[in-house]
Design a protein around this ligand. Structure first.
Ligand code: FNR
Length: 349
């Protein structure tokens, strides 16, 4: 793990009450998937090219229409209000200053429109399909109207996985319902209406494609599911096990990525998240065929440690680390990796 990310994580742990820290840190079940996330990337080894003039390395890429300083985005994560008084508004500011892109969670603790106003670059909106599906469509419509460049439908959460540690969301009732509250019909129980919809299908994904922006499917771990999502209208796939918070013992994403990349076969962007903590982790993801990665917990700890400035510093550090890794691997950009950069078999552990 990059030193700055480790320091920010330590600061966040020291600063937050233990049950609040655990709400964000925890995985589900016995935390097997959580425990294996970072190791998945560490399994791989490089075969760098030499004498390739790497005096100018440029990490910038375009993802669909979005210009990015590096192929590193901010993953959608719930309730930033439990980490910083400005919540997702601070995250959006910090992300924009680093030239990255925030995927704003449906479980945002700040109003979508306020986060949009703080964004200085492209941002996307993550959609959960909720028990009252009209709520999801209201949020998606509001996000697109406020400028979201894409929607990200999370497909791995028919139910919220039971967590190993921590309490409930560490935010006030007002923050919990800051976006959904106004769309709840009078007399409905907010907890029931805003719980996940287990009847979500490929038709649900298809229905979301009428909002006028590309739709990504997030939470795919198999090539056959990726193909089905593309057939239903998805414009891209995000390989993810939800940071080890849904089905415990699901495979790590470094393991899942090649199958999805092979099945998608260049027809759409493939992104990946889970346990990515350094520029070398990003380089490995790119070498396995990903177009970009997303960071989850590192951004939460950065926000808790130092607000928007911390978020910018974390993203800048990963970008700088990626630039060094590219140069040392013999590449000048994320799209110019040497053939055969990854060794076929990793050394014995
Ligand atoms: C998440 N994640 C998540 N995903 C999503 O689609 N919508 C959400 O609201 C949330 N909320 C959420 C809260 C917290 C506290 C965590 C840690 C994660 C999953 C997230 O988008 C991403 O898949 C993982 O966090 C990536 O793994 P790392 O980087 O945290 O290891």
């Amino acid at each position: 793990m990059l030193r700055l990310l480790a320091e920010q994580a330590r600061t966040a742990r020291d600063r937050l009450p233990a049950d609040v820290h655990d709400y964000y840190a925890t995985g589900s079940g016995e935390e097997v998937t959580l425990g294996e996330a970072e190791a998945g990337w560490l399994r791989h080894r490089y075969r760098p090219r030499v004498l390739r003039d790497v005096s100018h390395v440029d990490t910038a890429v375009r993802l669909l229409d979005a210009p990015l300083a590096a192929p590193v985005l901010v993953a959608p994560t719930a309730f930033h209000g439990g980490l910083h008084p400005d919540g997702e508004v601070a995250t959006a500011r910090g992300t924009g200053a680093a030239g990255s892109l925030l995927v704003l969670s449906s479980r945002s603790s700040r109003r979508i429109e306020d986060v949009a106003a703080a964004a200085t670059g492209p941002w996307w909106f993550q959609v959960y399909v909720l028990a009252d599906p009209s709520l999801s469509r209201h949020l998606a419509r509001r996000a697109v109207a406020a400028g979201a460049g894409a929607l990200v439908l999370t497909v791995d959460t028919p139910y919220t996985g039971t967590k190993a540690r921590g309490g409930g969301p560490p935010v006030t009732d007002r923050e919990y319902l800051v976006n959904l509250g106004e769309h709840l019909a009078a007399g409905t129980d907010p907890d029931t209406a805003t719980s996940q919809d287990p009847a979500c299908t490929l038709d649900t994904l298809h229905d979301l494609t009428d909002q006028g922006v590309p739709v990504f499917a997030k939470g795919v771990l198999r090539g056959d599911d990726a193909v089905d999502c593309l057939s239903a209208g998805a414009a891209g796939i995000i390989v993810s096990n939800h940071g080890g918070r849904q089905l415990d013992r699901a495979v790590d994403t470094a393991y899942a990525l090649p199958d999805v990349v092979a099945a998608v076969a260049g027809r759409a962007p493939v992104l990946v998240d889970g346990g990515i903590r350094s520029g070398r982790d990003v380089l490995t993801a790119l070498a396995l065929g990903a177009d970009a990665v997303l960071l989850g917990r590192p951004i939460l700890w950065a926000l808790a440690a130092d607000g928007a400035t911390g978020v910018t510093a974390a993203l800048d550090a990963v970008r700088t680390d990626l630039a060094e890794a590219l140069a040392l691997a013999g590449a000048t950009s994320p799209t110019d990796l040497p053939d055969g950069l990854l060794a076929d078999t990793a050394p014995p552990r």
